[in-house]
Design a protein around this ligand. Structure first.
Ligand SMILES: [Zn+2]
Length: 278
């Protein structure tokens, strides 16, 4: 346990669009994903997290950010954390997804991969991090390049698949982000990554049903000050479980839910209301 008024950790949630669960193993075997696996080895991997219908990013991201199926009528992580007195930022998603964030960089929502928007998003997240407690950053090129496979009638794991290299570049970016966290918040950060949906072999997701394993099964991994090291969680969860667990990192009154077995319980943070101080 840390002292009663420890500074709040900086938590970054990275949403990696369209990365299927088996990429963690397959792409790692082929080209190496050292930064993703460093998060897993230093923290926790949830091996049975599933997304929900419909399999369209703009629906699922809002379910992830509110923790509710009925995402239009519930508060976002940003609204909940800001209410508790913490500072938040949303980078690279549409304005509605980022509602309630103190810094809502919706102008970085750009699905044209020729602008290398994911690099810009990670840079923007790094730049705002010193000013906030929680940053959500949305990255898209993995999904975009899976659809290049779809349009070229190629298997996402075939020869010259750009999907593999998009995942590899995402791994590089996670390494860069973590290096920055180590620098500005040494020993007091959390880094969490999740995908909104997977991908069929031929680079599609909207065609899926709930029985399509490669589309519904998504990776969730986390490491940092609040997480135990080397944990593998096999209980089944849904992507809507994550929002509540993240709020728990800042407010112990909220059940930790999917983080239950994997977190190190922290003392109340200094920006939380005095009513929850032990
Ligand atoms: Zn897509």
């Amino acid at each position: 346990m840390t002292s009663a008024n420890a500074p709040a950790p900086k938590t970054v949630l990275v949403l990696i669009d369209g990365v299927r669960y088996d990429a963690l193993h397959k792409v790692n075997d082929w080209v190496g994903l050292p930064n993703l696996w460093r998060i897993v080895n230093d923290g926790a991997l949830w091996r049975n997290v599933y997304t929900l219908e419909p399999y369209l990013t703009n629906h699922i991201t809002q379910k992830i950010l509110t923790g509710h199926e009925n995402y239009t009528q519930n508060y976002t992580i940003f609204q909940r954390l800001e209410y508790l007195g913490f500072r938040t930022a949303s980078v690279g998603t549409n304005p509605w997804d980022g509602r309630g964030a103190r810094f809502n960089f919706d102008n970085l929502y750009d699905k044209n991969h020729k602008y290398l928007s994911d690099d810009v998003r990670i840079d923007a997240a790094c730049k705002i991090l010193p000013q906030v407690d929680f940053v959500y950053v949305y990255t898209v090129e993995t999904d975009e390049y899976a659809h290049v496979c779809r349009d070229g009638r190629r298997h996402v794991y075939s020869w010259e698949s750009p999907y593999i290299w998009a995942i590899k570049r995402t791994d590089d970016r996670l390494g860069r982000l973590r290096g920055w966290l180590d620098k500005i918040a040494p020993g007091n950060y959390n880094l969490i990554a999740i995908a909104d949906h997977g991908m069929t072999d031929n680079g599609r997701h909207s065609v899926a049903t709930w029985t399509t394993e490669v589309v519904t099964h998504v990776p969730v991994l986390a490491c940092g000050v609040n997480f135990k090291r080397g944990w593998k969680i096999d209980r089944r969860f849904h992507v809507t479980d994550l929002a509540h667990a993240i709020v728990n990192l800042y407010d112990p009154r909220v059940p930790a839910h999917m983080f239950n077995d994997a977190i190190v319980r922290q003392a109340t943070h200094e920006r939380a209301p005095s009513s929850v101080t032990a």
